[in-house]
Design a protein around this ligand. Structure first.
Ligand SMILES: Nc1ncnc2c1ncn2[C@@H]1O[C@H](COP(=O)(O)OP(=O)(O)O)[C@@H](O)[C@H]1O
Ligand SMILES: [Mg+2]
Length: 262
């Protein structure tokens, strides 16, 4: 895999001086500045309640900032309708419909867009294959493990070929081994399609393993406390986690994160 240098890439998401105060007076974000490059994999860590999910909802156009601006894909409109269609969201819970098979859950976003023709059907089969569930296409969510359900959730998010994938602690409920495996699979999917990814996690090692840059947020009201570049080359595999440089960088990010709790 060889990627153009970051400077050659367009910015995909820009948050400028973004503040957000909820109705009952809670200030979730204060003067947050963040740029995410086109095709970049960015991870975000920060104390619980610091505004990470709020920031993701702003990017997805589900919330509007109290002040400041959110730009998507060079579009100066706040996550306009056209661009919002191009964003997929993966949550901590797989949020699958229990009465639909794997195949029909994955197909849902295409149905909502009226795009289930032959090409849609091929794409559904392709993403199910990509997440390793070919033999489970006819299964129902209750018949799958937590890790498999999350794979379905990922397939459903990718079926529309989004240019921006937003992930809010997607693997937090999974055991360590499953989480690590899904990390590797997610990176393989990203290497293949090169969507822009914003990945929120509590797990520093996961953040470093996955991303090209880790953003550390401050305690609420959230702002960017530090941005740590992750220099390891792609493709990355499980061995990276055992390397001294990996441990050093993870330690650096953890120290910064501990400061953010003050
Ligand atoms: N809809 C809402 N109304 C009022 N306060 C909210 C709402 N959503 C989140 N908050 C508050 O905003 C802060 C940030 O929340 P959130 O973005 O969920 O944090 P994180 O994802 O980092 O844990 C928290 O104090 C939370 O209680
Ligand atoms: Mg959250």
């Amino acid at each position: 895999m060889s990627f153009p240098p970051d400077s050659a890439r367009q910015t995909s998401v820009t948050l400028e001086q973004v503040s957000l105060r909820f109705d009952r007076g809670v200030e979730a974000l204060h003067d947050l500045n963040l740029r995410v490059g086109d095709g970049e994999f960015l991870s975000v860590v920060g104390p619980s309640g610091c505004g990470k999910s709020t920031m993701l909802r702003l990017v997805a156009g589900l919330l509007r900032p109290t002040s400041g601006s959110v730009h998507i894909g060079g579009d100066t409109k706040l996550a306009g309708r056209q661009t919002r269609r191009d964003i997929s969201f993966v949550f901590q819970q797989p949020t699958l419909l229990p009465w639909r098979s794997v195949e029909k859950n994955v197909r849902l976003p295409l149905e909502l867009r009226g795009r289930v023709g032959d090409e849609g059907r091929r794409r559904v089969a392709e993403v199910i294959d990509l997440v390793g569930l070919r033999d489970f296409a006819r299964f129902y969510p209750a018949q799958l493990s937590g890790g498999m359900q999350m794979r379905v959730s990922l397939a459903r998010a990718l079926v529309t070929r989004p240019s921006l994938l937003i992930l809010d602690e997607p693997f937090a409920a999974l055991d360590d081994i499953t989480r690590q495996r899904l990390n590797e699979e997610l990176l393989a999917l990203w290497g293949r399609d090169r969507f822009t990814a914003i990945f929120v996690t509590h797990n520093v090692s996961e953040a470093v393993f996955l991303s090209q840059r880790v953003v550390v947020m401050s305690a609420r009201p959230g702002r960017v406390l530090a941005e740590v570049p992750v220099p390891f080359s792609f493709p990355r595999n499980a061995e990276l986690r055992a390397e001294p440089d990996f441990a050093r960088l993870t330690g650096d990010v953890s120290r910064t994160l501990r400061e953010s709790f003050r």
